[in-house]
Design a protein around this ligand. Structure first.
Ligand SMILES: NC(=O)c1ccc[n+]([C@@H]2O[C@H](COP(=O)([O-])OP(=O)(O)OC[C@H]3O[C@@H](n4cnc5c(N)ncnc54)[C@H](O)[C@@H]3O)[C@@H](O)[C@H]2O)c1
Length: 273
């Protein structure tokens, strides 16, 4: 291993300037079509930008139609080969089917799906309702399943699916029961889907981010109230996760199947104190 040794509590290495290389070697997705769910904000938007910078045509599938359209406009203005906003609630089977059909009709093929849309309900167990559970499971777990099922039908061999889970799938904190269970379910679904994907020439993998600098992190009511203190030195950028997603989607990862890649700057080791 190269690079200086760091004390474990010294924070993250200096963030690299997030200049995306523009050489031919960095255009791993030329001619490909990528759907990013929840692509209008945070990690999804960073992934959409990364795929576009590497040559892909990108469909931003988001429940927030206006934000999805704005994000697609931004990608086109930055020189994307193609970009479209697709209003889509991932929890709605019919909308997912329509989104995949629209992507294929518009761009001719589907190569990558990033199941990134997610939400978190922060409540103690006595306060969690059945509706809270249904909402979280419907978006964070079933939504990914709906897209995987459609992608299996639409993708040609070489296609890749990346599920955005969370370190909460492995170690969690109080007041995150539904979210942690949904993300653990998503890691399990990744394994199951990977088994069936292999025979189709497809790959399915997951990333498990730690704390990442997005609205979801700072909107967490416990973080806002100061009940959960987030050490800023241990917070990653959306680009940190996007880079890992792009790797798993690329031919560089052709031998990576069913993996659960933790992207957390070492935070998992410290969760739970
Ligand atoms: N930010 C973190 O610290 C962190 C850590 C671990 C995992 N994650 C996961 O990363 C993913 C992205 O989170 P983020 O932090 O970028 O959040 P974010 O709130 O910035 O963005 C989430 C996006 O998903 C969209 N969305 C929500 N529900 C949807 C639905 N039903 N259908 C379609 N789109 C929907 C929202 O409109 C928004 O554009 C989530 O799955 C989240 O659980 C985030």
């Amino acid at each position: 291993m190269s690079g200086p040794m760091r004390r474990p509590d010294a924070g993250l290495p200096e963030a690299a300037a997030h200049e995306i290389p523009t050489g031919r070697e960095a255009r791993r997705f030329d001619g490909q079509t990528v759907i990013v769910t929840g692509g209008a904000s945070g990690i999804g938007l960073a992934a959409a930008r990364r795929f576009a910078a590497e040559g892909a045509r990108v469909v931003i599938a988001d429940r927030d139609a206006a934000a999805a359209a704005r994000a697609a406009d931004g990608l086109r203005a930055a020189g994307a080969a193609g970009a479209a906003g697709a209003p889509c609630d991932v929890a709605d089977e019919a909308q997912v089917r329509a989104c995949v059909a629209e992507a294929v009709a518009r761009f001719g093929r589907l190569d990558v799906v990033v199941n990134n849309a997610g939400l978190m309900v922060v409540k103690a167990i006595p306060d969690l309702t059945a509706d809270d559970w249904r909402r979280v499971l419907a978006v964070d777990l079933l939504g990914a399943f709906f897209f995987i099922r459609e992608a299996f039908a639409a993708m040609r061999p070489g296609g890749a699916i990346i599920n955005v889970a969370s370190v909460h799938a492995l170690e969690t904190t109080p007041q995150a029961a539904a979210y942690a269970a949904a993300k653990a379910g998503l890691v399990s679904l990744t394994r199951s889907a990977a088994l069936e994907a292999r025979a189709r020439g497809l790959r399915v993998n997951a990333v498990l981010p730690g704390a990442v600098d997005t609205p979801m992190l700072w909107d967490n009511p416990n973080v806002r109230a100061g009940l959960e203190v987030v050490d800023r030195a241990a917070v990653g950028t959306p680009d940190d996760v996007a880079a890992a997603i792009a790797y798993l989607a690329s031919a560089d990862a052709r031998f990576v199947q069913g993996a659960a890649l933790v992207i957390d700057g070492g935070r998992l080791d410290r969760l739970g104190g």
